[in-house]
Design a protein around this ligand. Structure first.
Ligand SMILES: [Zn+2]
Length: 369
């Protein structure tokens, strides 16, 4: 499957594939921008919905955007926040409502409960205040068990909102006098759940509007909870190969490898950082330098549950093939001790390690593809 290998954003070249850990609120818990850089992380994703309540778009705008705010000079993607808002409203209807005009949401922030209305236009405006490199259109998330008419509605609204996002985006680019080289990129998101014709219709209509890249939207797991590679391959086939494909929310290391094989180049996922805080660490079972073809390799990594008794007296690093700050300087025994006494250093070292595993994987994938 064809995949773009480089992608120019604001005059700099983004090498693909690339993984963006989730700095939802403008931080990856327990580590800072220098730790991220040292772990080989090239970009982060922040969430429009979460930054809306705290610190708020006007603060971010005043402080020169989220990169300046965080002291981060790598890439930034801003998610539309649609996924979070839809998930929360689906679970608890009193939190807000979804209409043809966007999402209305009640948020607790400084000064109490506040009502926010996020139309496609506002979603883009907030992302300009965040000042990200890649912005994502507000899309209509299709729930897992959606019936045919719900799927059709979600695709209809995703297309309609994408058109409105694009118009607003171009307006903002013009108002800021940005050029093709200096403007951020705008990605559309392909919805359509498990329906191949609806995914295809969505992709074709989005391409007509014209975006800089295309995202994998909605629920892409099968009944066994595994990535539905059949539908993902179908979406690869119906999206342009000269634009980056972005696997939103994908995934575990094997999931990322499978998607790269199918032509996807950009990824974000909460897993490596969340797993690190839950004492689940990723370990190379084979020296990555000895892996000839990562796409066909089996059993190349496993999970290490650091809280297990057997690691109490273990002087080995988390992973013998990892060159991260944690593996170079500390043992499994020490890391377990830090978790046991609940010292925050445990989060930091474990997170650095899991992120380095992902950045090493991206390096491996770049040379294999
Ligand atoms: Zn490590």
């Amino acid at each position: 499957m064809d995949m773009l290998k480089t992608f120019e954003v604001k005059g700099k070249e983004m090498q693909l594939p690339v993984f963006f850990p989730d700095a939802t609120r403008g931080v990856i818990r327990s580590i800072d921008s220098q730790d991220l850089k040292n772990a080989g992380t090239l970009g982060l994703i922040v969430n429009t919905y979460h930054l809306l309540s705290q610190p708020g778009p006007s603060v971010l705008k005043h402080l020169g955007g989220v990169k300046n705010f965080m002291g981060w000079d790598g890439w930034i993607i801003s998610d539309s926040g649609g996924f979070q808002m839809f998930s929360l409203i689906q679970k608890n209807k009193s939190l807000g409502s979804i209409t043809k005009n966007g999402v209305t949401f009640h948020l607790h922030s400084k000064g109490g409960r506040k009502k926010y209305q996020i139309s496609p236009e506002e979603c883009i405006q907030i992302q300009f205040d965040i000042n990200s490199d890649i912005m994502i259109c507000l899309d209509y998330f299709t729930p897992f068990n959606a019936k045919d008419d719900e799927i059709k509605l979600s695709v209809d609204l995703t297309i309609e909102w994408a058109k409105r996002c694009k118009v607003e985006f171009e307006k903002r680019v013009k108002a800021r006098k940005l050029t093709e080289e200096t403007r951020p990129k705008l990605f559309g998101v392909v919805q359509g759940a498990h329906s191949k014709p609806e995914r295809e219709r969505c992709a074709i209509e989005l391409e007509k509007i014209g975006f800089d890249g295309y995202g994998l939207g909605g629920w892409v797991f099968n009944n066994e909870g595994e990535l539905d590679l059949d539908i993902i391959e179908h979406i690869s086939n119906v999206t342009p190969s000269n634009k980056p494909r972005y696997g939103l929310g994908v995934g575990n290391p094997q999931g990322v490898v499978d998607c790269v094989r199918l032509g996807w180049g950009i990824f974000d996922c909460v897993l490596p950082t969340r797993d690190a805080r839950h004492k689940r660490l990723y370990v190379w079972d084979k020296n990555p330098d000895d892996i000839k073809d990562i796409f066909t390799e089996k059993n190349w990594y496993s999970y290490l549950y650091i809280s297990r008794e057997k690691y109490v007296r273990d002087n080995a690093p988390i992973s013998e093939f990892c060159d991260c700050h944690a593996c170079k300087n500390y043992s499994r025994g020490y890391l377990q001790h830090l978790f046991t006494i609940e010292d925050t250093l445990a989060f930091r070292l474990a997170t650095i390690h899991n992120l380095r595993m992902y950045s090493m994987l991206m390096e491996k994938l770049k040379e294999s593809f």
